[in-house]
Design a protein around this ligand. Structure first.
Ligand code: ZN
Length: 258
């Protein structure tokens, strides 16, 4: 089932996509028709996470391309909720960075509170899967020595286009990043060092995962730069296709801060 979040008649709710033209409310809200025309709903951001938890170096081929040893535990970092944008929204390259990279990633959307869950329990805490782009200011990542600034700019976490609640095998999904129609990253989740269930369990031993939180599970080999005017998509088999244009920060963005 593919799920989006919408506003309709002043109410906001999760809805299942039932056809190319209609959705169905999932919350049993009273007074709503069974089927609502897609043209009558306003699309809302898919998630409003309390946090986006990310995993660095989780694909063997990506560790190899960077010449780094395979980690023996997941390397965690966070992106702020303010970095999240939806499909079609622009990725804004900040003026203070000269190299902004895409990273295609399978994202897990948490559906129920998880703390100290086992790997066996982890699947029941995952609401579904979506595509994400872990946009990174690579030069700032290197310069700062830690990753907060490089990973946290507004618009640096495109997520979407919907939540897919069922895939046949989360450990066998093709994943690609495509820039202007050219495939730049091509991998498979089979190459993950730490699979999704292990990540949920591991992270839940550190912090409480709340409904709507998002986990970015790492990126395969082939990371590379974006330029103004590019269109970048993250494509994951059975999950979806997330397309975002890339623009540069304008003078008005900078003056708005002052
Ligand atoms: Zn990443």
């Amino acid at each position: 089932m593919r799920i989006i979040r919408v506003r309709y008649r002043d109410r906001s709710f999760y809805a299942a996509i039932t056809s190319p033209e209609s959705v169905r409310c999932l919350n049993n809200e009273e007074g709503l028709p069974d089927e609502i025309p897609l043209s009558e709903v306003e699309l809302l951001p898919l998630v409003r996470p309390s946090k986006v938890v990310c995993v660095g170096l989780n694909y063997r081929d990506h560790a190899r391309e960077l010449g780094l040893a395979l980690p023996d535990e997941p390397i965690l970092f966070l992106k702020p909720s303010s970095s999240v944008i939806g499909p079609g929204d622009a990725i804004v390259m900040p003026a203070c960075s000269e190299r902004v990279d895409y990273e295609a990633e399978l994202a897990l959307v948490i559906g129920k509170t998880a703390r100290f869950v086992s790997e066996a329990e982890a699947r029941s805490c995952v609401f579904g899967y979506t595509c994400a782009n872990d946009v990174t200011a690579r030069d700032l990542q290197t310069k700062d020595g830690q990753w907060t600034r490089a990973k946290s700019f507004d618009t640096f976490c495109p997520v979407g286009p919907w939540i897919e609640t069922h895939v046949t095998d989360e450990r066998a999904l093709g994943i690609r990043a495509v820039v202007n129609g050219q495939v730049r990253q091509q991998g498979t989740t089979a190459d993950m060092i730490f699979p999704p269930a292990m990540l949920v369990s591991f992270i839940s031993r550190v912090m409480t995962l709340l409904p709507g939180d998002v986990i970015l599970t790492g990126s395969p080999a082939g990371i590379g730069p974006l330029a103004e005017g590019d269109e970048v998509s993250v494509e994951i088999d059975q999950v979806g296709f997330l397309l975002n244009p890339v623009i540069s920060e304008g003078p008005s963005d900078a003056s708005a801060v002052q």
